[in-house]
Design a protein around this ligand. Sequence first.
Ligand code: HAM
Length: 448
Amino acid sequence: MTINTLNAANKPIKIQAVKGMNDLLPDESALQELFEDTVRTVLRSYGYRLIRTPIVEPTGLFIRSLGEITDIVEKEMYSFTDSLNGDALTLRPEATAGTVRSAIEHNWLYNAPQRVWTMGAMFRHERPQKGRYRQFHQVSVEAMGFEGPDIEAEQIILLARLWKNLGLSNISLQINTIGNLSERTEHRHRLIQYFEENLDLINTDEDAKRRLYSNPLRLLDSKNPAMQTLINGAPKLIDCLKSDSLMHFEQFKTLLDQANIAYTINHRLVRGMDYYNRTVFEWVSTALGTELTLAGGGRYDGLFEQLGGKSKPACGFALGIERVMLIWKHSLSARNITHPKGIYMPLAYIVHAGIGTEKLAANVAEQLRDAHLFCVKHAGADSFKTQLKRAHDSGAMYALIIGETELEKNQVIVKILATGQQHSVSLNDMNALLLYLSSNQEVLGKIA
Ligand code: HAM
């Protein structure tokens, strides 16, 4: 296949990002890093350890784990054949399947349960819109080898803490239980029977018609307005549950009550993958007008066996980073909080011009960094005026100015950018400069 990168006039064609796949721009990244740091801190405080799995996995992994008759597997996967060896491969649409594959392959659950998490790009060929992209990023959190409802309650509490630390309120929690396989089989029979009694309507909906016998549960996900009344009257799974599953759910709810976490039970919450059983949950925000699911997850006790491993109970969730960022930015502006740029603001910006000054400037910069002081040294042969403008734009507290006179005297001019006050400091005693820069502004003002 030849791919044309030149236009008719032999000039390079302007190449743009793939639809639904976004760049993170430098002006956005301070807030993004703050978010990621907040997530990391919260996850660590609950004992979760980082793992990374490949972005590309064998296609069969997703068919086996998510289920053949699901939107993701049927319509949304970026799958391709490896041209070198003919392997069927897929860009991961989610991270749980790869994490379980990794746990089985490397046997990292051999002697104890594990709490792990990962963060990265996922790919789904969906119709792009606000909060829905073809490449998006998730924080995916998995607790493997844990049987009791305390672990899913803990994951909910963890998320509540994350929302609190981000200052987000009004995110509502929906929970449900979808029982075990035999309970779902019973429910499936009842559903098929119920929908068969309404075949006229089912036959008007292509997806519903196709899924009636292959995966009737998915009919409950239908967004088709004509189907909603029928769906509302459908047999409920909870009516098919036996005492073990009911008790698990009761205990889970009690733990949420004890932690003062508000929730609503949504019997129609079934989630989009087939690997779930028992507890499922979603956190939803309506801050932007429409309902946006920020995070979702649940138990997947059968997935290890389904992928050829030893049976292990497990539970997890993923949050959509772009979606949480959307809501967070909205919430920050509603609270009149401007985007924090702090982490990218150097303490000092080093301005230098004149023969031989580059070497001294570089040397001062490295000494500042040795002392853990954050500085940017101007790069390029620009005028003092341009360099000082860059110093202001960087948000630095000081400009350290080195010209030929300073080089000769082995000194630097320290300029407090906010006030314009400046004075010379000798470089013969570097500690004096470091102390000066790292003490607080008030003290500095007095010295200057
Ligand atoms: P999911 O509900 O498919 O679950 O995705 C989790 C979150 O990823 C969603 O709540 C949403 O915030 C975000 N998300 C999903 N699709 C998109 C998209 N196209 N654009 C932007 N954000 C999106 C899972 O992926 C499961 N693996 C979660 C899990 C982990 N269950 C157990 N362990």
